[in-house]
Design a protein around this ligand. Structure first.
Ligand code: NI
Length: 137
């Protein structure tokens, strides 16, 4: 059975601040630099959602990408797009909204909705030059 990976790219705008309240202001500024700015700042995030598995002979699909798009809309973008991640999104109430943590949260939220026989990984772009990959574990 031929296997393929298929990818849907989705987009969201969000604001964040990287700050660890358990550490000093100096430590936070040293560690997070401009991303520690108290009044927040925004990113244009791109999120590549990749599903891998056997091509279903009945449909010719690994997974209908429109279905993946709708899942991303309902489970992720509805919560994240045009939000302040620190203030508006309960997932980050006690979790620093770095690209790593955003990627992990997005993976967990979508993994549960994707058929178990398909592998799932994602790539989150915070800027055109910085990205994070996550595939579970
Ligand atoms: Ni930032």
């Amino acid at each position: 059975m031929p296997r393929c990976s298929v990818t849907r790219r989705v987009h969201f705008n969000a604001a964040h601040r990287l700050h660890n309240p358990d550490r000093s202001d100096a430590w936070n500024m040293e560690t997070f630099g401009p991303c520690n700015h108290p009044n927040y700042h925004g990113h244009n995030y791109e999120l590549d959602l990749t599903v891998e598995g056997d091509v279903d002979p009945a449909t010719g699909y690994v997974m209908d990408l429109n279905r993946l798009k709708r899942l991303a809309q309902d489970r992720l973008l509805g919560h994240l797009d045009h939000k302040n991640l620190n203030l508006d999104v309960p997932w980050f109430r006690e979790l620093i909204p770095t690209s790593e943590n955003i990627a992990i949260v997005c993976w967990r939220e979508l993994r549960a909705a994707i058929p178990a026989e398909l592998d799932f990984r994602l790539r989150l772009w915070e800027t055109p030059r910085n990205y994070v990959d996550y595939e579970g574990a």
